[in-house]
Design a protein around this ligand. Structure first.
Ligand code: GN1
Ligand code: MG
Length: 343
């Protein structure tokens, strides 16, 4: 840790290096260093390059987007990466690709302790993020994970893994697979909407979950939008959708049991998001925002179930059936969201 940190920073001692966060893909540490009596903290991350095949492109996207945001009227922060002493955005060694961000003191993520006020604030901040990037040329960003929200492609991968059954789990997952197929018409509707041109291509965050907004411990207001790994061209529905997926249910994405939706949270998200975006979103984008919630939840169910059937090759798991439990949770949330009559 110390030798990696020394690629980015000057210091006399590392005073702390501890794992932080509960990301499913990258490995993250908080690292604190002391230099001439001053203590400073940073986030040090190892990018999972099996998933982000081109870590350099990931960092170039983040660099471009954070500089654009810094010079726009974005009323929050989105921390820019710390460069190495030689001016690089990444340090590569035998263990992988490393990057650093400043650690924002006195902040917390609202995951698991959400309220309508928090949901409103978070949606307002994610909306401001989209607004700050509305004039950024989307085609100049790399697709850091090709086909990330390509619904048709995700279904092909799912069907392929069912046919191959590499982990021998298809038989025991019949109910979940059937429930997934019941959800298919919604995916087809989204796919048709996308190809009809009703949803313009924009720069989207693509991981707008409750855990990627930092709140101030003092003011309880949103202060920063983080985790820009998947910033790339996309449609706005997926960003609103991931907020619905993570703020509206009464439990976390891997909790067992039937999920209950909280309509007051959904209203707060709509109000917060539109308070930043109503000036530039099209009427059809506004009309379909809530549908985006069902879509992204269904897609997340599909992704977790695909990974369960593939033998847990993508998401980190904490116990053997973790991905199966996650997919059941997301299917339950999907079915509850589909009952909302705004869809
Ligand atoms: C992954 O690692 P994390 O928590 O930032 C995933 C998201 C999922 C999320 C589900 C690159 O995000 O798309 O929505 O898990 N990121 C990638 O918790 O696949
Ligand atoms: Mg992420």
């Amino acid at each position: 840790m110390e030798s990696i940190a020394s690629q980015f920073l000057h210091f006399e001692h590392v005073t702390e290096a501890s794992p932080i966060g509960d990301g499913n893909i990258n490995d993250t540490w908080r690292i604190s260093v002391e230099e001439q009596g001053t203590l400073r903290s940073f986030i040090l991350q190892r990018i999972n390059h099996h998933i982000f095949r081109n870590p350099v492109a990931v960092m170039q996207n983040i660099d471009r987007v954070t500089s654009h945001i810094a010079s726009s009227d974005f009323p929050y922060s989105s921390p820019a990466p710390v460069r190495t002493h030689t001016g690089e955005l990444l340090h590569e060694n035998d263990e992988g690709f490393w990057r650093m961000f400043p650690f924002l003191d006195n902040t917390y993520i609202p995951e698991g302790q959400t309220s309508p006020e928090i949901a409103f604030e978070a949606a307002r901040a994610y909306g401001a993020f989209a607004r700050a990037l509305r004039d950024f040329p989307a085609d100049e960003l790399s697709e850091t994970i090709p086909g990330f929200h390509d619904t048709d492609r995700r279904w092909e991968v799912f069907i392929d893994v069912i046919n191959r059954d590499p982990a021998g789990r298809v038989q025991m997952s019949k109910n979940e697979i059937e429930a997934m197929f019941t959800a298919k018409p919604l995916f087809d509707q989204i796919s048709a909407l996308k190809s009809s041109g009703a949803l313009p291509v924009r720069v989207t965050h693509n991981d707008t979950k409750a855990g990627n907004i930092l709140f101030s411990k003092q003011t309880r207001k949103a202060v920063a939008v983080i985790d820009l790994d998947t910033v790339m061209p996309g449609v706005i529905l997926s960003d609103f959708g991931d907020m619905v997926r993570t703020f509206v249910p009464d439990r976390r994405e891997d909790a067992p049991g039937n999920v209950i939706v909280r309509p007051d949270m959904l209203r707060a998200l709509q109000e917060g998001y539109l308070s930043s975006t109503s000036g530039f979103l099209t009427e059809s984008e506004k009309n379909y925002l809530v549908l985006g919630g069902a879509w992204i939840t269904g897609e997340q169910a599909l992704r977790f179930l695909t990974d369960w059937l593939a033998g847990d090759v993508y998401y980190k798991i904490s116990y053997p059936e973790h991905n199966l439990i996650r997919s059941r949770n997301q299917l339950s949330l999907f079915n509850e969201l589909m009952k909302i009559n705004q869809l």
